[in-house]
Design a protein around this ligand. Structure first.
Ligand SMILES: Nc1nc2c(c(=O)[nH]1)N[C@@H](CN(C=O)c1ccc(C(=O)N[C@@H](CCC(=O)O)C(=O)O)cc1)CN2
Length: 285
């Protein structure tokens, strides 16, 4: 039997509709709309696409957004100064520094400079620490978006075995914390993991974030499992594909996310959700 498709594009559109409605309510009451500042350093082609899509999404829901472009040879102190200015501006609720950054800039130093209540990416150690302690505030967008998608399956994650392939700060680690908070039993796999295929075969929920095109094979997937593909790999012919061999795995899985149109659109819709949350934090006396 073929898996049901977890349509991230549709769920993201629904989420944007709710956010737009909330923004209309806010502005009708005389308050200003939420404001997001996005900083792009350099000219990474993929980052330019993501940033453009973030700007478009802000426009659609009625946020004020500001794009700050900086040269690829920007010095770390220049970027820190820009963040200090944005931290001080009351009409800016969220600050997002598009990753990856050029080599001369230390990502951790930059992320730590953003005020935790404006850290709409949820990457600041304060926000990560709150997630670890099960008292989340601003949560990383990709894992939070995946949790929203899982809710749409109607399957209760409590007690399920979840396997995450990849241990990055953006996806793998916060994903493990989210699923743990939902009372799954978690296995996080990485390049030194033994018996990876066996571990995957035990997964009720499998999250692939390895960055290897079509890596996850059908016979590694438990029949009926929910398979979440975080990979965005550009092939030589220009086509996008995920970390999961979609056509084969969909014959085994219960639910599966496509690429494109799965996790990616949810990351951006969740960024809007976080920016609205940050605006509410800033407007509460
Ligand atoms: N500051 C951040 N940097 C990065 C993040 C992040 O969450 N915060 N995540 C990724 C990139 N990313 C968001 O910035 C992102 C990647 C992909 C998509 C997306 O919608 N993908 C589409 C396909 C788009 C295409 O044609 O290339 C899809 O999957 O359907 C959204 C956001 C790294 N950096």
């Amino acid at each position: 039997m073929s898996a049901k498709i977890l349509d991230g594009k549709a769920i993201a559109a629904e989420l944007r509709g709710q956010i737009r409605h909330d923004v209309e309510t806010i502005t009708r009451s005389g308050q200003r709309p939420p404001g997001l500042a996005v900083i792009l350093v350099g000219e990474n082609p993929a980052s330019q696409v993501y940033v453009r899509n973030k700007q478009k999404a802000c426009e659609e829901v009625g946020f004020v957004s500001e794009l700050i472009r900086m040269d690829a040879d920007t010095h770390q102190d220049q970027l820190l100064n820009v963040i200090d200015e944005l931290n001080a501006r009351t009409e800016i609720d969220g600050i997002l520094v598009q990753l990856p950054l050029p080599d001369q800039i230390d990502e951790e130093t930059i992320i730590e400079r953003i005020l935790p209540t404006k850290d709409v990416d949820g990457f600041h150690p304060y926000n990560v620490g709150r997630l670890v302690l099960r008292m989340p505030l601003l949560r990383p967008c990709t894992p939070k978006g995946i949790m929203t998608m899982l809710e749409h399956t109607g399957v209760d994650p409590a007690g399920k075995d979840a396997v995450i392939i990849g241990q990055s700060n953006i996806v793998g680690r916060p994903m493990a914390l989210e699923l743990l908070m939902a009372r799954c039993t978690i296995t996080v796999c990485h390049s030194r993991t033994k018996d990876l295929e066996d571990k995957m075969r035990g997964a009720d929920i499998l999250v692939a974030a390895v960055g290897r095109p079509n890596f996850v094979q059908a016979d590694w997937v438990k029949p009926g499992a929910t398979v979440i593909d975080v990979g965005i790999n550009r092939l030589e012919d220009g086509k996008l594909c995920g970390d999961v061999d979609f056509h084969a795995v969909k014959e085994v899985a219960g639910w599966i996310t496509p690429v494109p149109g799965g996790v990616g659109p949810m990351t951006i819709a969740t960024l809007l959700e976080n920016t609205l949350q940050a605006a509410r934090l800033h407007s509460t006396p």
